[in-house]
Design a protein around this ligand. Sequence first.
Ligand code: GLY
Length: 405
Amino acid sequence: MNVKKKELLGLLLLLSVMWGSCARSNAPLDADEALDYCAHQVERALEALQPRSYTMMPRNILAGDTQEGWNCREAIPQEWCSGFWPGVLWMAYDHTGDEALRTEAERYTASLEYMASRPAYDHDLGFIIINSFLKGYELTGDAHYREVALRAADTLATLCNPTVGTMLSWPRHVGDYGGHNTIMDNMINLELLFWAAENGGGNHLRDLAVAHAETTMQHHFRPDGSCYHVAVYDTLTGDFIKGVTHQGYSDESMWSRGQAWAIYGYTMVYRFTRDERFLTHVRKVTDCYLQRLAATSDDNIPLWDMDDPRGTAAPKDASAAAIVASALIELAGYVEEADAQRYRTHAEQMLADLSTPQYQCGESSVAFLRHATGHHPAGSEIDASIIYADYYYIEALLRLHRIEE
Ligand code: GLY
């Protein structure tokens, strides 16, 4: 493509992003109806979880599975998704007020408590505790949930390396990457540190979170606002060594969920810090995602990796769309009206697409959504229902419903 053509294409993409149109589905979205659908699927999922074990957490329903119910995994620190199902139950309870759902949420949440005071296996302790204990605390104000979350924050903080300025995301992979590794997903877990600092856990936790966000902002992004999945640092000097991928198509590609974690993570960091640097950054990271989405996808749901050379023949990742939709609804609350409207429109279009029969499982299984992709390079959970796609979908719907009200 010659330079003029490239410039023209860039301009057209930018315009489509600015107007929030993207020539995508304009299916109307009824957030309340979609939330009722989620509550119905949760009821069905609970029925299918028989005999019920509160230490077995729903994880996925794979393409080709013939059963309606979830495949479950044991709630251990190595199972990073352990907190999502309790979180889904808490949010279904939030929507319905059904006390039976609250009881189930409490029981599944309780089985994760032991992780709060064991040595941290990795950064995913944040995902596990934020989605279960923090969600439960927000909804019930239960002092025990607060105490467990505070303990977990202290445990998570032990992964921080002050020389580097970030958490060591995967202690088990230091040898593989040749240094201290920090993954973009880790941004989400800063919420536990920020929250703890505001709830009696000590200001040092906030300092660690801010340092992590600043260091990541400095090294983990390319000039266009796209991000690496993994940043590798020298453990002893703190020097940045390289950016690589773990779950993306290539080191330089845009792994959609990685970019989604960045959008969600920096929006949350701005919520706690009100530091304009983070807001400016997240807007750039978001606009980069939206431009690439418009250029590569035939709807508002991204390919699992925006650089997969198969283009629209490549699997999608509904989870990335749900994460971004949830983040955009929050981000819309931090910007002036024209941009707020633009972000909200994008979020609604993403949720509208996710709420069509193409992406909703309906009666075919108990999950909310299909077409998520977990770890494509490992050949795992490709084009599947995955519990975290459901978690961010219901969270985004609740956020939207709240602002509509
Ligand atoms: N945190 C792992 C993933 O996003 O797949």
